[in-house]
Design a protein. Structure first.
Length: 271
């Protein structure tokens, strides 16, 4: 089949509006090359010659599985173990070390992508709370990355950033057909749970309350209105005295959100 026709400005605008409506993502004009590169293969799959044909199929509402595929392909999922390590140091040295009382300790990785953040959190909790019940819940809008995350199986090239002691204790090196990979230890994986959640919509999933919510490196794709909506959807799930942690390139300044006290830049506490 011949290559599809180049995307027009009008067609790109249609997809910008669609991904904003579905996922709250503001796709800038600079992302046109990314969109074309990722969606062209879908046009070829359906033997469409124009992006309009593909858009009309999605907009018909008759192909929800393809809509999910489109969302999976357009959401960026770059992450790695112990990304922005100061946050994990704060979790260990300030939140956990100064924790009072018993009970379980629960953390939500609200934009968990392919799971590196979830398992980083699991390593920190397993090391810092050896005698406490704890759980990490990971969520993402993309089913594709959640399926990847649930396996806990990664290339050895992804181990950079994992402390050697944690690598030895919590990561199982693959052999034979799994050479060049590693698996997160089962005792960590059994304390994790994965859910598909669209943060721009009210949280209806029965996920309970959390001591800490990580909402990192996802709001850079949202406009101010959507950022406020997302944070306000999460706050009812954060326990009183709990912490909300966002990415180092993000801020909540100027947003119309519920009560939060700034502890440090990118770290907030619910009264």
């Amino acid at each position: 089949m011949a290559e599809p026709s180049p995307i027009t400005h009008q067609e790109f605008t249609l997809f910008q509006r669609l991904i904003y409506k579905i996922a709250g993502i503001s796709l800038s004009d600079a992302k046109k090359v990314l969109l074309v590169g990722r969606l062209t293969r879908r046009l070829k799959q359906y033997e469409f010659s124009t992006f309009t044909q593909y858009y009309r199929m999605l907009a018909s509402g008759q192909h929800p599985e393809e809509m999910q595929t489109m969302v999976d392909m357009l959401t960026t999922n770059e992450t790695y173990f112990f990304r922005e390590p100061k946050h994990f140091e704060f979790l260990r040295d300030e939140i956990i070390a100064k924790r009072k009382g018993g009970g379980s300790f629960r953390v939500w990785s609200a934009a968990s992508s392919s799971g590196e953040e979830i398992y980083t959190l699991a390593m920190v909790l397993a090391d810092s709370l050896p005698d406490t019940l704890w759980e990490v819940v990971g969520s993402d809008i993309s089913t594709r990355v959640l399926e990847k995350a649930a396996t806990g199986h990664y290339s050895l090239a992804r181990t950079e950033g994992i402390p050697p002691a944690f690598l030895q204790k919590y990561c199982l090196k693959g052999v034979r057909s799994n050479a060049g990979t590693f698996l997160i230890a089962p005792e960590l994986r059994k304390r994790t749970r994965f859910l598909q959640i669209n943060l721009t919509l009210p949280i209806t999933a029965d996920i309970g309350d959390f001591d800490v919510i990580f909402l990192r490196n996802v709001m850079i794709y949202f406009d101010a209105e959507t950022k406020a909506k997302v944070v306000n959807h999460l706050l009812p799930r954060l326990r009183s005295g709990g912490h909300l942690i966002i990415g180092h390139s993000e801020t909540l300044n100027g947003l119309n959100i519920g009560p939060l006290a700034t502890v440090r830049p990118t770290i907030y506490r619910k009264p």
